[in-house]
Design a protein around this ligand. Structure first.
Ligand code: UDP
Length: 315
């Protein structure tokens, strides 16, 4: 197939481009490089079937020639990034998604949106099923991401209902693995960088809030199956293995053999208190569930941070 990936230079996007190429597809990656470096794509540059174009999908999206799939990943995705780029985040969720949908429609291509567990906000149902409508503060600092993705889901469903566009929506829960940016501010890259540098690990609040972390290779299998499925309803993709943020910090200290201590810093506003995907739908409709345990995935991620030149830099 000929596949266009927006946001293909990012953490998840670069893994996806790699998988699609390995499956024998032709991949065009479009990325503004606002929050990603081209480094994630270095190993793909020059490979037959791969092309990269720098461009902001919020401004427009064109492509010469046929396409069978448009996979729309472009967006700042870590809280630190979307606090830094609040307007860009809303623009890419709205205008960017609209442009990607129009491209898919004009080519007769399947459209896949990568949405997020953030559509559930600070959830009052636990674990989160796709039927849950969420609890989002529409004017809080996280709203720029949460509402952008909620809008993106809404406009995706509207294109499906109004034009019969074949659409897919993945609600991606916290994901980790090689190519996370050390400076992106999220818990796993922060804790690994801090532990390896012998610095204190910064746990926000008392660390009793929970998250459920999915290894990136598992997510790739889920995304790939969803794109090839006929499932129009949103599908949670994540690992239901839940833990507190404090437990995560302790685990990373243990796995790195670090002497670092844990310090507490203020909890960001509207930080969700719990998060765990109910993946019944993914299991039933896609036959997908994650295969990698947290310890195994963290060991691989820590090894990558240790062995990759520049991975621990501020980038
Ligand atoms: N967190 C933390 N210390 C950090 C970074 C994050 O305690 O250095 C917490 C954050 O407040 C949240 C959880 O870890 O409760 C996961 O945060 P992350 O930014 O990784 O992703 P989120 O789930 O908030 O999108």
């Amino acid at each position: 197939m000929r596949i266009l990936v927006t946001g293909g230079a990012g953490f998840i996007g670069s893994h996806l481009c790699e998988l699609l190429l390995a499956q024998g597809h032709e991949v065009t990656c479009v990325d503004s490089l606002l929050t990603a470096g081209k480094g994630n794509l270095e190993h793909l540059t020059g490979r037959p079937g791969f092309s990269f174009r720098q461009g902001d999908v919020s401004a427009g999206l064109r492509h010469r020639g046929p396409l069978e799939q448009v996979l729309h990943l472009a967006s700042p995705a870590s809280p630190v990034d979307y606090y830094r780029y609040p307007v860009e985040t809303l623009m890419v969720g709205s205008y960017g998604t609209h442009h990607a949908l129009e491209l898919a429609r004009s080519k007769g291509a399947v459209f896949l949106l990568t949405s997020t567990s953030e559509v559930y906000g600070d959830p009052q149902e636990h674990p989160q099923r796709e039927e849950y409508w969420g609890n989002v503060n529409p004017v809080g600092p996280r709203s720029v991401y949460d509402e952008a993705k909620r809008y993106a889901e809404a406009v995706t469903m509207a294109y499906h209902r109004a034009y019969g566009l074949p659409t897919r929506i993945a609600r991606i829960f916290n994901t980790y693995g090689p190519r996370l940016r050390a400076g992106d501010g999220r818990a796993i890259p922060n804790f690994i960088r801090q532990a390896l540098a012998g610095e204190p690990l910064t746990v926000y609040g008392d660390g009793s809030q929970t998250r459920s972390f999915c290894y990136v290779a598992d997510l790739m299998q889920g995304l790939s199956r969803l794109a090839l499925s006929e499932v129009v309803e949103p599908v949670n993709l994540g690992n239901p293995q839940e833990m507190t943020v404090l437990e995560l910090a302790q685990k990373i200290i243990a796995l790195t053999g670090s002497q670092s201590v844990i310090v507490h810093q203020p909890l960001p506003q509207d930080d969700p208190k719990v998060r765990r995907p109910d993946i019944t739908r993914a299991l039933q409709r896609l036959g997908w569930e994650p295969a990698t345990g947290l310890e195994e995935g963290l060991r691989e991620t820590i090894r990558w941070f240790r062995e990759t030149p520049g991975a621990l830099g501020p980038g």
